[in-house]
Design a protein around this ligand. Structure first.
Ligand code: UD1
Ligand code: UDP
Length: 372
């Protein structure tokens, strides 16, 4: 039993990959503001390029990580094992009272496993999401992390239903809202003030913003070629901006598609871009075409059109209530979606319950009670 009148809860906050940084930024601030926590921010190094990592720390006003584990890239087993080995050393040297993991990347499941086996309470933020597609590495990470976590914080109603169906006790789960949207709300004005879209000559509501990085799409030559054709089709309707994930960049080169896209004057291929600039592109977009998890949520929160090119989503509230639709990799259908969005015919959407910018605050206060 921890007496919080004299004791600060030692919380290890784990971030490894781009979406983690955005979620942990909100949690780190809320834990600090709560006053009961002593944070240790641990960066596993799963993502390490400045444009995939450092820029988020800078733009989101995060402190430097207390520890950088330098895990780097590798196969799933290698990456997961390295995170386990390194986090174990850290937790042995200075045992935290609680380990907080977010999302569904390899760093999430690996750290949860390490901590759980050391008897350290594990908290999973963004728990309960399910695509029911075990071909997605993230689905396996979600299932395993949820199964071993001591407290599960849930971002949308489907998460509560899934956890209940999996037999999780009511006392171990709490619907708190979405920490990704906490960061969005905190930085929305700053992002607007960058005027980034305008500064690179894009007209409001007239361009397409593209991202792709799921192995199911980009590691498959035929799928990636179809996606490239869809972008060529969209370029007949408006400018296309495509900040390219490093996984995808290598793949576009290897199938020779990068050049075909780059030679089109209406397609702008860029490196990954900063959070504030990316949010500005989202705010002013005609249509987003993506396979990202976080972008489905951010587009719903910003009430802008989003077409998710995937057969399923673990974030169904963005479809049922938000501005997101699922699409197959059908070039004509994607171009038709582009036409619909540019003509103002896209569904309007509504902001899901508790996506109000205060999820991290709710987690911090609930967790103090939970740990006592
Ligand atoms: C990872 C997550 C995925 C998440 C995505 C967010 C897993 C299993 N996957 O996918 O859930 O949606 O992050 O972006 O955890 N690379 C670089 N520089 C970097 C990082 C990666 O060049 O800073 C390249 C490397 O060649 C690496 C490849 O990208 O092999 C893939 O990186 P990895 O972290 O393994 O998976 P992601 O596809 O980024
Ligand atoms: N993002 C960004 N710059 C980019 C692409 C993405 O700032 O060039 C942000 C955006 O907020 C997105 C988040 O990074 O929601 C997570 O990105 P990603 O799609 O890589 O991860 P996922 O959410 O699919 O796991």
């Amino acid at each position: 039993m921890i007496d919080h009148s004299v004791y600060m809860i030692k919380a290890a906050l784990i971030a490894g990959a781009r979406p983690n940084f955005i979620k942990i930024a909100a949690l780190e601030k809320a834990f600090r503001a709560n006053g009961s926590f002593k944070n240790t921010l641990i960066h596993t190094g799963q993502h390490y390029d400045a444009k995939m990592s450092d820029i988020f720390f800078r733009q989101l006003g995060m402190p430097e990580p207390d520890m950088f584990l330098g895990i780097g890239s590798g196969s799933h087993a290698t990456q997961t094992a390295r995170v386990m080995t390194e986090t174990e050393k850290v937790f042995l040297a200075d045992r935290p009272d609680v380990v907080v993991v977010v999302g569904d990347v390899n760093s999430t499941v690996a750290t949860a496993l390490t901590a759980k086996k050391m008897g350290i309470p594990v908290v999973h933020v963004e728990a309960g999401l399910r695509s029911f597609d075990e071909g997605m590495p993230e689905e396996i990470n979600r299932i395993v992390t949820d199964a071993i976590s001591d407290m599960l914080y849930v971002s949308e109603p489907s998460g509560m239903v899934h956890l209940k169906n999996e037999g999780v006790a009511d006392s171990k789960m709490e619907f708190v809202g979405n920490v990704m949207i906490d960061s969005l709300r905190q930085f929305e004005d700053k992002a607007r003030e960058t005027h980034y879209a305008e500064s690179i000559g894009l007209s409001k509501g007239r361009y397409f913003l593209i991202t792709a990085h799921r192995p199911a799409m980009v590691d498959n030559d035929a799928q990636l070629a179809l996606f490239g054709n869809a972008l060529l089709g969209l370029s007949e309707l408006g400018d296309v901006v495509f900040p390219i994930h490093p996984r995808t960049s290598k793949r576009l080169e290897s199938i020779g598609l990068g050049e075909a896209l780059a030679s089109n004057p209406r397609i702008r291929l860029t490196e990954p871009i900063g959070y504030l600039e990316f949010m500005n592109l989202m705010m002013n977009v005609g249509l987003i075409v993506t396979d990202s998890g976080g972008i489905q949520e951010e587009s719903t929160a910003l009430l802008v059109p989003c077409a998710t090119v995937r057969p399923n989503t673990e974030r169904p509230v963005t479809i049922d209530e938000g501005t997101n639709v699922l699409m197959s990799l059908d070039v004509e259908a994607i171009v038709a979606a582009g036409q619909k969005a540019l003509s103002g015919g896209w569904k309007k959407g509504a902001i899901p319950e508790l996506w109000d910018g205060k999820a991290s605050e709710r987690i911090a206060s609930h967790l103090v009670g939970f740990l006592s």
